[in-house]
Design a protein around this ligand. Structure first.
Ligand code: 13P
Length: 233
């Protein structure tokens, strides 16, 4: 069983989500399917598809205009939330500490945070990939609380049609799995994300410690997303 999560980013409509949920409802799979959608599209869904958000406030209520709390996300039908996505880190200056606070808020609200870590191109070129990943995990994943998911997203590869080599993915995922075990979170699923498509998903998910994928562009249309889901058992 793998976890196949879509990240719609700032794309889609409620009608497109309805179509996707109907299409996924007809897919014969044991894999866990999650769609992380814009706040305005959150809604309760019965069935195999689970719904997630893409950000959360670290506060639980109060004078924080424009923010959305974990309680509001569960009230709207979410059971997952992405935290620390590369685009939030880049455009909203989110640090590992910010991400950890958001993940903690998610756990307190009963949501499963999908916590993203990964290196930029500059960090990769400076040979800092492993250090960035390990710090990302140690500083972004809460020490205690319920289940989490970690996503390794090499930031230079997102939306770029680029993927690391299988060996690079294996090294990153092994480091993440070992770091999580050292933190007392052994067995936490680790997803790979960045330019996953129908034609590379099975190969990526065959790599050690790759427990699923977090898919951006190819999660927007059933014809692109379903082949990823059905590419693995
Ligand atoms: P792409 O699949 O479009 O590269 O996006 C990956 C991503 O950022 C998922 O969170």
């Amino acid at each position: 069983m793998k976890i196949i999560a879509g990240n719609w980013k700032m794309n889609g409509t409620r009608a497109a989500l309805d179509e996707m949920i109907t299409a996924l409802g007809n897919v014969d799979t044991k894999n866990r399917m999650i769609l992380c959608v814009p706040f305005t599209m959150l809604r309760p869904v019965n069935g195999a598809v689970k719904i997630g958000a893409q950000d959360i406030s670290s506060h639980d209520h109060g004078a924080y205009t424009g923010e959305i709390s974990g309680g509001m996300l569960t009230d709207a039908g979410a059971s997952y939330v992405i935290v620390g996505h590369s685009e939030r880190r880049a455009y909203h200056n989110e640090s590992n500490a910010d991400v950890c606070a958001k993940a903690t808020a998610a756990l307190q609200a009963g949501l499963v945070p999908i916590i993203c870590v990964g290196e930029t191109m500059d960090e990769k070129n400076a040979d800092r990939t492993m250090e960035i990943i390990e710090h990302g995990v140690r500083e972004s994943v809460p020490q205690s609380g319920g289940d989490v998911i970690v996503a390794y997203e090499p930031r230079w590869a997102i939306g770029a049609g680029l993927t690391p080599s299988d060996d690079e993915i294996a090294s990153a995922h092994t480091l993440i799995a070992n770091t999580l075990a050292d933190m007392g979170r052994g067995g936490t699923p680790v997803l790979y994300g960045a330019s996953v498509k129908g034609n590379n998903a099975a190969q990526i998910m065959a790599i050690d410690h790759v427990d699923g994928v977090l898919v951006g562009g190819a999660s927007l249309k059933p014809d692109d997303f379903i082949p990823i889901i059905t590419s693995v058992k």
